[in-house]
Each structure stands twice: as C-alpha cells, then as structure tokens.
Design a protein around this ligand. Structure first.
Ligand SMILES: [Ca+2]
Length: 102
C-alpha cells in the first residue's frame, strides 16, 4: 500500500469518525420510546404526544400533552414539578351588545 493510499484510508477513517460523532451529538434527545408495555399505573410512552397552542388567545403558547388523543395542559408548579391538568374549551358566549341611550 502506497503512502498515498494510507493517507487516503486514514482520511476516510477520520472523516467517518467525525461524521458518526457529529450524528450522535446532534441526535434528538426527546424521542418517545416505541414501548407499549410499562408498569401498571404509568402512561404508555407511544400513546403520548406533545404540542403547543395559544388556547386563551393571550399571544403566549401553552404546552399540551395528548394521551391517547385526549389533551391535557402540562404546567410547572412553584418548585419546577410538572403538573398535568385537564381542560376544556368553551365557545365564546354571545351577549347582546350594550347600546347607550342618548
Ligand atoms: Ca396563551
């Protein structure tokens, strides 16, 4: 094997190693495991979903988790513990416009 070939192979190995390390470093860390059996009383990971929405229309997003398609708010309490809370969306109630008499 010539010096040129050795350099070529060494360069390939280094480039491959850098590519693999880069892939591992950038691998998404928030992947939900494809598991359908967990200990009784625990949520099944594959039935979970997470999304955001501005439900109250104040311009800021709320975090919503869905379990088996049912949405819940995912909030954080005063000591940074996650709290799951059910919610419902009600249609805006119609009220007659108030007219001032002059
Ligand atoms: Ca909001």
């Amino acid at each position: 094997m010539s010096e040129w070939d050795k350099g070529y192979w060494l360069g390939g190995i280094v480039a491959g190693t850098v590519a693999i390390v880069s892939m591992i470093a950038h691998y998404p860390k928030n992947i939900v495991p494809e598991v359908d059996k967990v200990q009784s009383g625990y949520a099944i990971p594959r039935d979970l979903g997470i999304e955001t929405s501005d439900l109250d229309g104040n311009g800021e997003l709320e975090t919503i988790i869905k379990y088996k398609g049912r949405p819940f708010l995912l909030r954080i309490d005063d000591i940074e513990r996650p709290v799951v809370q059910s919610y419902e969306i009600r249609p805006v109630e119609y009220s007659e416009p108030i007219l001032e008499k002059r």
